[in-house]
Design a protein around this ligand. Structure first.
Ligand code: NI
Length: 426
């Protein structure tokens, strides 16, 4: 299958200026970015007039099935929210709930231009199934909470997930290990997780230094910050995607840089749960790869990456009182190629470049809130809305065309979500 996108202004994220280029896609990869070879014939021609074509957005941290808990537990302190509201209802969820929760999130993510995401939850095989059907790139991680009696079983489940799902669907699905957080996994369990990851060369997806309490408790218990402690245990020897990193001590920055830890900034979730603002501009200046995530719909409460990109740029300026930090292009890097690197897919996606996987979206510039068109990177960060995304291609397949979802039956999804949430709330 050959697709030609013509007449669009193209933001490649490879450092070139945004200008009109033609993009060729054959099967799952970009075959040219510039001018189509003479006499080039495509099976599908997409007219991108009035649109900007950019790499698909990477949501580097979410729990997609938590869409089932959207607007279920709000305006609560973090610990009460997690332990008294979220965990008890999650106990009632099974594979079917996770599948449909993921499907709902997949619809929402495609509509807002997300082509790849990193997920941590349970029944992760269901997340993989739903993502394959939706045609989204997904890195699954089965959330691991360490309790010595079931350690072996849990690690075996991650091993099985890796065997059954890693690199399936033409590489759409990849697998990570998901130790939930230092405060939910004891040292003995984390050591076993690290051993398994070393054996399988498995990247790690975790939450780190999210709340003030987490840091305080870690200092009291170990005499080390959560980041120092994870480093002490050897976690960072593996590729690590660390969500949050809100409360950092001076020494943490160097540890994160030295170990090439991939930090995921989740501005809405950190604000909504009252956890604070991650020092993103200092992390970036320290040489840390920082990407952006939505976190789950129960602490956001949507999966709109345009909102997160916008917030990331604004919060960095507001918290440092410096309007020059985190300029628009850098915010877009965080949401594309930095996110791809966090998912361990930096050589495959995150840019529009010949030979890379064809993950590309078209954003409609013919909107009142996007006129005039001076600086299109600024338009995307400061003015664009998720609903401006019109066409989404993942792995060379069109999953949304002119606003119409091609892979997801939204009516059926709504029906199942209503049925499931009726059951969950009883
Ligand atoms: Ni999270």
């Amino acid at each position: 299958m050959k697709i030609l996108i013509k007449n669009a202004k193209v933001l490649t994220m490879s450092g070139e200026p945004i200008e009109r280029k033609e993009i060729g896609i054959e099967n799952d990869r970009f075959t040219f970015v510039g001018n189509a070879p003479e006499g080039y014939e495509a099976d599908i021609v997409i007219d991108g007039e009035g649109h900007i074509a950019m790499p698909g957005i990477v949501n580097a941290h979410t729990h997609s099935s938590m869409s089932l808990l959207r607007n279920y537990a709000d305006d609560l302190p973090f610990w009460e929210w997690l332990t008294e509201k979220v965990w008890p209802v999650e106990e009632k969820m099974g594979p079917e709930e996770v599948y449909w929760g993921t499907m709902l999130s997949n619809a929402e993510m495609i509509r807002s231009g997300i082509t790849a995401y990193a997920d941590m939850y349970f029944y992760s095989a269901e997340t993989a199934k739903a993502s394959l059907e939706a045609g989204l790139r997904c890195s699954i991680a089965q959330g691991l909470i360490g309790s010595s009696d079931k350690d072996k079983e849990k690690l075996e489940a991650t091993r099985q997930l890796y065997r059954e799902w890693h690199m399936t669907g033409d590489g759409l699905i990849t697998v990570m290990a998901g130790p939930h957080a230092p405060y939910t996994c004891d040292d003995a369990f984390l050591t076993k997780v690290i051993e398994l990851c070393a054996e399988l060369n498995l990247p790690i997806h975790t939450h780190l230094s999210e709340s003030e309490k987490e840091v305080k408790d870690s200092l009291e218990k170990h005499g080390r910050s959560p980041i120092q402690h994870m480093n002490h245990l050897g976690l960072f020897k593996q590729h690590t995607l660390a969500a949050h990193c809100v409360h950092l001590r001076d020494e943490d920055f160097e540890i994160l840089r030295e170990n090439q830890v991939h930090v995921v900034h989740n501005p809405s979730s950190n604000l909504k749960l009252g956890n604070g603002i991650s020092p993103v501009s200092r992390l970036l200046l320290s040489g840390v790869n920082v990407s952006i995530g939505t976190d789950g719909s129960c602490s956001n409460n949507n999966l709109n990456m345009f909102e997160e990109i916008h917030l990331a740029a604004l919060l960095a300026k507001g918290s440092t009182r410096d309007p020059a930090v985190l300029p628009a292009y850098q915010a877009l890097e965080m949401a594309t190629k930095n996110g791809a690197a966090a998912l361990n897919l930096g050589s495959e996606t995150g840019k529009i470049q010949t030979g890379m996987k064809a993950d590309v979206i078209l954003v409609d510039l013919e909107q009142p809130h996007l006129y005039p068109h001076y600086q299109l990177d600024a338009s995307l960060v400061y003015s664009a809305q998720a609903s401006d995304v019109r066409t989404v291609i993942v792995n060379g397949k069109i999953v949304m065309e002119k606003g119409e979802l091609k892979t997801i039956d939204l009516e059926k999804t709504y029906y199942e979500i209503k049925r499931i949430t009726n059951k969950l709330s009883n």
